[in-house]
Write a protein that binds this ligand. Structure first.
Ligand code: HPA
Length: 274
């Protein structure tokens, strides 16, 4: 067995020693969006620090636990707190939990994130469903020896985000009066927010929002055959007047305000998937 598979099986064995749950839906909560885990009827919670080879989250606004439980009646596995490349983890460490989820039987991954908008039609607090992404400003997490047990060397990325799940989410949005944009997310490493010129560039290449997460997880999930659905909460406006400064606190505050919409969307979506 190669090192990655060995580490994965040790992590999975530990988790399986704590729970018999077999959810099919996995959820990753973004910055300031951890409260969704409060809505879950938790059956088992496991601290990241206890799981062999699991990285530990270091950022304010991120928890550090795996929750097994029911969200609106559906069994889910929820990661409250994710790992970012800017924290100093390797891209392979960032995606380790996604691979653990796969090996635990998760088939569909719901991702959320906080993002800055470069689309003039978006406002702070809006939700945007990702229908595509641009990953060129980050490290591809599949660089290195391919883990054949998980997937192919050259994965197709023509549908990184499931069109069927997007269609379902749009129906849920309509039925619940939640306005949902659809657009392109560009991933950057952070931790700096972008300069004016960078936001302009990101807009010019065809993005609607920019953020520091999600895309590496999506790539890893697609590689191992999972379906992915992702939503950005717009927490700041990148293309803005000259003296507009962006802070992490402002991002967390905006995320918190938009969170009830995201919670509703994810819980309704989990119900129709499972
Ligand atoms: N840029 C990058 N990442 C972000 C932003 C942003 O403006 N807002 C929240 N995450």
């Amino acid at each position: 067995m190669n090192d990655v598979m060995m580490q994965l099986s040790e992590a999975v064995s530990y988790i399986k020693s704590k729970t018999n749950a077999t959810p099919k839906v996995g959820i990753v909560l973004g910055s300031g969006l951890g409260n969704l885990s409060q809505v879950i009827e938790v059956e088992t919670e496991i601290e990241y620090g206890k799981i062999p080879h699991f990285p530990v989250s270091t950022v304010k606004g991120h928890g550090g636990k795996l929750f097994f439980g029911k969200l609106n009646g559906t069994h889910v596995l929820c990661m409250s707190g994710r790992f970012h490349f800017y924290e100093g983890y390797s891209a392979q460490q960032v995606i380790f939990p996604v691979r653990v989820m796969k090996m635990l039987g998760i088939e569909t991954l719901l991702l959320s994130n906080a993002a800055g908008s470069v689309n003039p039609n978006y406002k702070v607090g809006d939700l945007m469903i990702l229908n595509d992404h641009i990953s060129f400003f980050t490290t591809n997490p599949l660089i290195g020896k391919n883990v054949e047990e998980l997937g192919t060397r050259f994965p197709d990325m023509s549908e990184p985000y499931s069109k069927a799940l997007i269609a379902k989410a749009l129906e849920i949005g309509k039925a619940n009066n939640i306005h949902l944009h659809e657009g392109v997310y560009t991933a950057v490493t952070g931790p700096t927010f972008e300069t004016h010129a960078e936001y302009r560039l990101i807009k010019t290449i065809g993005s609607d929002v920019v953020g520091m997460s999600t895309v590496q997880e999506c790539i890893a999930a697609v590689h191992c055959g999972m379906k992915v659905f992702a939503v950005s909460v717009v927490t700041d406006i990148g293309i803005r007047e000259d003296d507009n400064v962006i802070t992490h606190e402002e991002v967390l505050e905006a995320a918190k305000e938009a969170e009830p919409k995201l919670t509703l969307l994810f819980s309704e979506l989990a119900k129709v998937i499972a």
